[in-house]
Design a protein around this ligand. Structure first.
Ligand code: NAI
Length: 330
């Protein structure tokens, strides 16, 4: 088969090539998928997409018109794909539901610790031979209350790690995971979690119910000085309202691996450009904000698993077999 790989990055190429093992003809495109680049899929049987590829109806129509019949997502999240349109166009879609919940949960903890212990500021000072400690005071994680929003695969790993730190755990999910009781985790409603947590970490998918779950109204319920971590999807957070809460001190620190307008920025070098996004520009001025550019998944284990599952999905498509990862029934 011919497979076009959109948003192809150097960091994943060796894993994808190894998983393909020369089987399919691969067309590497560093460009993301949109209405302009969709034409570059001409004559390919399958298109392989990453998280910020824009698979809206109009784009899917161009892919289908050009012969594409299968979308192999190199991600767990599929909020960037119009599944109704895909179904209408008879485009099959498969994702990689699990590749390493550890990678993402561990990155969430990395953000927590770096913010709490002010590691970036501390390192900058030391590099400047400034060995003062004023302004670097953190808190013990032990005994703090962490609120985990979404206890699926990633939230469950986070629960285990934070239990190890001695945190008290509150959680909110539509479905309770009874296995987490062994980590002294208590399920509660979202309001109670917001009111009681010292640290809040988001691990629900982005959908109409979860969009902007972090907004001014909910931020007002939180403990003053709360730490907020989002490694899930940018659209969970109303960033402009979070900026206001950072200015007032209601949010004490913010760790983001995802951003609602990340599509225009992340995964590309903009270091020679004039930044047009005033919201992220404002976020970058806060000493208590730490942003990474959607890299929570970026471990060698996760990349290998993503590549292996993606090509296993493609093989199922080639032989017309069910792969178990398709997002709707045929
Ligand atoms: P999962 O599907 O295992 O868990 C999601 C949990 O959210 C489920 O337990 C589900 O019941 C719950 N949920 C769904 N809608 C809800 C709602 N309206 N209210 C409360 N709970 C709700 O997903 P997993 O693997 O834990 O991933 C979570 C999210 O992390 C993904 O959706 C994706 O957006 C994000 N992610 C981010 C990555 C990164 O590199 N930053 C990498 C991988 C995933």
């Amino acid at each position: 088969m011919k497979v076009v790989i959109f948003s192809a990055s150097g960091f994943e190429r060796n894993h994808l090539e190894a998983a393909n093992a020369g089987r399919h003809e691969l067309r590497w495109l560093p460009a993301g998928l949109d209405a302009q680049t969709a034409l570059l899929a001409k004559d390919c049987d399958a298109a392989c997409l990453f998280v910020n590829d824009d698979a809206k109806a109009e784009v899917l129509e161009i892919l289908a018109q050009n012969g594409v019949r299968y979308l192999a997502l190199r991600s767990a999240g599929f909020n960037h794909v119009d599944l109704e349109a895909a179904q209408r166009l008879k485009l099959r879609v498969a994702n990689v539901p699990e590749y390493s919940p550890y990678a993402v949960a561990e990155h969430a903890v990395a953000l927590m610790l770096a913010l709490n212990r002010k590691l970036i500021r501390a390192n900058r000072r030391v590099e400047d031979l400034n060995f003062l400690l004023d302004g670097l005071v953190g808190f013990d994680m032990n005994g703090k209350t962490a609120g985990i929003v979404g206890t699926g695969k990633i939230g469950a790993v986070l629960a285990r790690i934070l239990h190890g730190f001695g945190c008290r755990l509150l959680a909110y999910d539509l479905t309770e995971n009874p296995d987490l009781a062994r980590f002294d985790l208590t399920y509660t409603d979202l309001d109670t979690l917001f009111r009681n947590a010292d640290i809040i970490s988001l691990h629900v998918p982005l959908n109409p119910q979860t969009r902007y779950m972090i907004n001014a109204e909910n931020i007002a319920k939180m403990k003053r000085g709360v730490m907020l971590i989002n490694t899930s999807r940018g659209g969970l957070v109303n960033t402009k309202e979070v900026v206001q809460a950072l200015k007032s001190g209601q949010i004490g620190s913010l760790g983001l691996d995802v951003y609602e307008e990340e599509q225009a920025l992340f995964f590309e070098d903009h270091s020679n450009d004039i930044l047009q996004d005033d919201t992220i520009a404002r976020l970058l001025t806060f000493p208590n904000v730490l942003i990474t550019a959607h890299q929570a998944f970026l471990t060698d284990t996760a990349l290998k698993n993503i590549a292996d599952t993606t090509f296993a999905n493609l093989t199922c498509f080639e032989y017309n077999q069910p792969c178990g990862h398709e997002l709707f029934a045929r």
